[in-house]
Design a protein around this ligand. Structure first.
Ligand code: G6P
Length: 610
């Protein structure tokens, strides 16, 4: 999704802005642009395509201004093109704006401004913003901040905005509503970005704006205002991530690095809540036994991979706590009028903490009286600020669009949370809990073994299936949840059509698609379901399928094309191990096909529009 960078200080802004844009590339984009204040006014350079294309434009080397804004665009209103790229200028070229989000009432605003004589060059919703600022600046004769504030009052939708002006060449104004924006404080200089990794190499000290808070930035001086422009003070937050954790560290791609980082990510997430056989600790969730006893249903709401982590947690919460648990896709949950009351606990899972649908679903659940918990990987992200309680995964920055270490960290965190609830409620046998804790503590080492022992085999399987048209993933129970994640990973980065099916459902439709040499990946980790799962695999073998089985069980006979062996563990948490070869398979297939693993087409890391 769109990415924003801004700089104000003593240094030349251009290299800092371009560096920031390159770091934001992972979010997904189709065009890029930059504006700086130069001696003769605003310079505006933009281009369709990659940031590298921007750097090839000769004029960019002439930029010497020390204040500037920049943007990577992921098209919503108007196709990817140079003219639709940001920054957008008003007609008089006095104000330049970059914007992340969607202005829902842009058509009305465009009509209003057109009637006042303004022209529009692009098809974007964003272009109304600089013109609206100009309109209020000229008609109401107010200052820069007042004009931006006045314009924002007319905007319906979501926005993170940076504005610079040739009339006020020393000042940048930023504001956000339902779209991410962070302000990084340097010494005598200030950085702005959609997310932390883009400016982490410059500073670790950040301010986080709440909805409709404004900041004026002049080099190192930052002033904050509420929606009515009353000055407010903000607390600085220091990030624990270091810049190198957002670099590739010798790996070819971020995704591979992040797969290999899973033992550490999982270890750190466990370490924050569990040691030995002690009770799980979640100080940040100030929920008493009585609070938990009052809960009659749990919703887990999320998108994409985070939703798949929720599917694993449903099983744990129901088995350990005996509370009915429902998993919803955030974009569906919001519009299906879910039954929510004060006996509802709603858990929102989001790596970025900025997914627009997840945030909106959280607001809905809260407004209907649910207790809400946010799980995010990013300190201070929007969902953590909206929810009653929040807790973090400790995966470190995840840059590749296809999520890997965030998923395993989310599953681990949710498992620990289920144990924490069960311990408070006394709802599970102590032996089950203590065995599960021992299994969780041994996960980092087991993930290491999965990677080490299967790297070569999975690479070979990837060679075989990289030319396939369709690949099917099947499993029962907990293994079906992993099948869904494995299938998503493969399709998003290899562009091979892939479906996940509950093995028992095959006969109700999908088996019609199985013919000679179609690849079927089966996940088999629950002994209780072994026989039934094996007969499902047999059904596809009979129809000529090539079979790849990911398992921690001793299978009675070896009639499968490939067996990927993983260490055994409790079926409740087996996805943390069984997903790893599936992540590797997707990665190596994408590499075999020569694709851009970290930045798959049309996808964005953080989906900040609905
Ligand atoms: C996008 C990403 C996925 C991610 C999903 C939810 O689709 O490409 O990797 O799982 O958004 O993102 P979140 O930040 O809310 O976990």
């Amino acid at each position: 999704m769109c990415g924003i960078v801004g700089y104000s200080g003593e240094k030349q802004a251009k290299p800092i802005l371009v560096n920031g844009l390159l770091k934001l590339e992972y979010r997904g984009y189709d065009s890029a642009g930059i504006s700086t204040i130069e001696k003769n006014g605003i310079s505006n350079i933009k281009v369709k395509g990659r940031v590298a294309n921007l750097e090839e434009i000769p004029e960019i080397n002439k930029l010497s201004g020390t204040i500037g804004i920049a943007h990577t665009r992921w098209a919503t209103h108007g196709k990817p093109s140079t003219i639709n790229s940001h920054p957008h200028l008003d007609n008089s070229k006095s104000f330049a704006v970059v914007h992340n989000g969607i202005i829902e009432n842009y058509a009305d605003l465009r009509k209003f401004l057109s009637e006042k004589g303004y022209n529009f060059l692009s098809e974007t919703d964003t272009e109304v913003i600089p013109n609206l600022i100009h309109y209020y600046y000229t008609t109401e004769k107010k200052g820069f901040l007042e004009s931006v504030n006045r314009a924002c009052k007319d905007l319906v939708g979501s926005f993170a905005i940076e504005v610079i002006s040739s009339i006020f060449p020393e000042t940048m104004i930023v504001v956000r509503k339902d779209s991410p924006l962070v302000i990084g404080k340097g010494s005598g200089e200030t950085y702005v970005s959609s997310d932390i990794p883009a400016i982490l190499s410059f500073t670790k000290d950040f301010y986080l704006l709440n909805d409709l808070e404004f900041a004026t930035i002049e080099k190192g001086n930052i002033s904050f205002y509420d929606k009515d422009l009353k000055p407010i003070s903000k607390e600085i937050k220091t990030m624990e991530w270091d810049a190198s954790s957002a670099e590739k560290d010798g790996f070819d791609d971020y995704m591979l690095k992040e797969i290999f980082e899973q033992p550490r990510a999982v270890r750190e997430t466990i370490g924050a809540h569990l040691s030995n056989n002690n009770p799980c600790e979640f100080e940040e969730l100030n929920l008493s036994k009585k609070d938990l006893e009052n809960i009659s249903q749990i919703y887990i709401v999320a998108c994409g991979t985070a939703m798949h982590a929720g599917l694993v947690a449903k099983n744990l919460l129901e088995k350990l706590c005996h509370i009915p648990t429902y998993v919803d896709i955030a974009s569906e949950f919001r519009y299906r009028d879910p039954i929510i009351n004060d006996k509802t606990l709603a858990i929102f899972v989001s790596q970025s903490g900025e997914t627009a649908d997840t945030i909106a679903a959280l607001k809905l659940a809260k407004s209907k009286g649910a207790k809400t918990i946010a799980i995010s990987n990013v300190i201070g992200s929007s969902i953590t600020r909206e929810a009653d309680y929040f807790t973090y995964t400790h995966a470190g920055p995840e840059i590749a669009v296809a999520s890997t270490k965030a998923y395993t960290s989310q599953v681990v965190l949710l498992s620990l949370m289920a144990i924490f609830f069960a311990e408070k409620l006394n709802s599970a046998e102590s032996k089950i809990i203590s065995d599960l804790k021992q299994e969780i503590l041994s996960l980092p080492e087991k993930i290491e073994n999965v990677i080490k022992n299967n790297n070569v085999l999975v690479k070979n399987i990837a060679k075989l299936i990289c030319s396939e048209r369709d690949v099917f993933f099947i499993g029962r129970g907990i293994d079906y949840t992993v099948a869904q994640e494995g299938s998503l990973k493969l399709k998003e980065i290899s562009y091979i059509h892939s479906e996940a099916y509950a093995s028992g459902e095959l006969k109700h439709g999908t088996i019609a698609l199985i013919e000679n040499q179609v690849s079927v990946v089966s996940i088999l980790t629950d002994e209780a379901l072994m026989e039934k799962s094996i007969s499902n695999i047999q059904e596809v073998i009979t129809r000529g399928a090539k079979t790849i089985v990911v398992t921690n069980l001793e299978l009675p006979n070896k009639k499968y094309d490939f067996i990927v062996s993983i260490p055994s563990t409790s079926p409740l948490i087996s996805p943390i191990l069984s997903v790893v070869p599936l992540q590797m398979l997707a990665y190596y297939v994408s590499k075999e096909k020569g694709l851009d693993v970290d930045k798959p087409r049309n996808l964005a890391k953080s989906v900040t529009v609905e």
